[in-house]
Design a protein around this ligand. Structure first.
Ligand code: HEM
Length: 411
């Protein structure tokens, strides 16, 4: 299809709090579209499920933005923190991808992740106790700041071996980068945070050299120093990517999942009554409102035919996981939230060689966090009108998470 979204009169001016009607409109017009982004760049949007799966496993679609831009001659303003931290597995192709992914793989094996269950439960219990102390059942509390953010952030920090005393600064820098305040002041704060983060990651690597621990950063330092398995830049980039992928995604799974459950009281009551339903519920939360990332990017290295479209070489391709996950050609009654559905296979964790390395950890955290929260506070409700929830959607393509989720824990 060559229909542009602007022709559909949709892309520039859609409801970013509820992008799903737009996705449905786009999908019904065809699975692949050429689109104009807010900054004027042309790109190709993949909205159909089969086409998204095909794109994610096609070796002609690269993750290496710099290589693609070098060929196309196009200049695209790079987001923060910029090239210094862009040498990680999710930004490169094989063989570098294979090498970098292998180095982190042991830390995310099923056995290692299963071993974290008691620790994740303990973190969840501690945070829930603190929420209750702070809000009681009558005063609103912010579930993002008090639960959905600190739970995965603590888990990934412990896994990487980030000293406890450094985590508040680190969390602040990530917030400034991932969810900047609008305008020049917000931009300047994000630039400063980016510099501090790059400096900090260098210091962390040196710390682990001097005082090794039992953690993933130490493993990376050993692999670099003993085997020359990765460069300093790759090491800093990998730590950066693991912290981002390890918390922002799961924060939005817990936040978006909670909103989904509050909007579906029958399913929520069933979960409260029967904890064995939690795994299926988490899968449906992932499909129905795919957390960050809502879409992911690729670049063609040659001309590619996909879903009836001919995408030229060195073009940007946006694979909308959220649109694919509601494709009626793949999922029965796709717009409905139905944890009992039998048609598994959502793309919230991607597909192909970049399939989410942390999926077992994300599932463990999502199950514990959503299960414990809703069983602890069965009468919990939103403290604001749903229309007043703020989604940190940026351009509406990649991010979909709440900046705040004010709730009352009691009736
Ligand atoms: C890759 C989603 C949690 C680590 C990905 C991709 C997606 C995704 C869609 C593939 C992106 C692409 O192909 O361009 C999610 C979601 C999560 C989550 C929805 C939570 C609900 C985590 C966690 C970690 C993690 C907890 C732990 C550190 C990674 C890594 C990659 C990745 C390392 C890159 C894999 C590669 O390039 O080979 N994730 N993720 N993710 N994710 Fe996750």
């Amino acid at each position: 299809m060559t229909t542009s979204l602007s022709e559909l009169d949709a892309w520039g001016d859609f409801d970013r709090d509820d992008p799903f009607p737009l996705f449905a409109q786009v999908r019904s017009a065809g699975p692949v579209h050429e689109v104009t982004l807010a900054d004027g760049h042309r790109a190709w949007l993949v909205a159909g499920y089969e086409e998204a799966r095909a794109a994610l496993s096609d070796p002609r679609l690269s993750k290496d933005m710099h290589a693609a831009l070098a060929h196309s001659g196009e200049v695209v303003a790079e987001g923060l923190p910029g090239p210094a931290l862009a040498r990680h597995m999710l930004a490169v192709d094989p063989p570098d991808h294979t090498r970098l992914r292998r180095l982190a793989m042991p830390a995310f094996s099923k056995g290692r992740i299963d071993g974290l269950e008691a620790r994740v439960r303990a973190i969840s219990d501690r945070l829930l106790d603190a929420l209750e102390r702070r809000g009681g059942t009558a005063r609103p509390v912010d579930l993002v700041a008090g639960y959905a953010f600190p739970l995965p952030f603590t888990v990934i920090s412990e896994l990487l071996g980030i000293p406890e005393g450094d985590r508040a600064d680190l969390g602040g820098w990530f917030r400034a980068l991932l969810d900047p305040h609008p305008g020049p002041a917000g931009h300047n704060t994000a630039v400063a945070a980016s510099r501090q983060l790059i400096a900090y990651l260098g210091e962390l690597i040196e710390l682990k050299r001097r005082a090794p621990g039992v953690d993933l950063v130490t493993d990376l330092v050993v692999a670099a120093d003993r085997d020359g398995a990765l460069t300093e830049q790759e090491m800093a980039s990998t730590i950066f990517q693991l912290v981002v992928a390890g918390h922002d995604t799961t924060t939005s799974l817990i936040g978006n999942g909670t909103v989904a459950l509050l909007r579906h009281p029958v399913q929520r009551d069933a979960l409260v009554a029967d904890p064995s339903l939690v795994p299926r519920l988490v899968e449906e939360c992932l499909r129905w409102d795919a957390p960050v990332p809502h879409s992911t990017f690729r670049y063609t290295t040659e001309e590619v035919r996909l879903g009836g479209a001919v995408i030229p070489a060195y073009a940007q391709v946006i694979v909308s996981l959220a649109a694919a996950n509601r494709d009626p050609a793949r999922f029965r009654d796709a717009e409905s939230f139905d944890p009992d559905r039998s048609d598994a296979g959502h793309l919230a964790f991607g597909h192909g060689i970049h399939h989410c390395l942390g999926a077992p950890l994300a599932r463990l955290e999502g199950r514990i966090a959503l299960g414990a929260l809703h069983r602890s506070f069965p009468a919990m409700r939103l403290a604001v009108d749903p229309a007043d929830l703020h989604w940190n959607h940026g351009d509406g393509l990649v991010l979909r998470g709440l900046t705040e989720l004010p709730v009352l824990l009691g009736p």
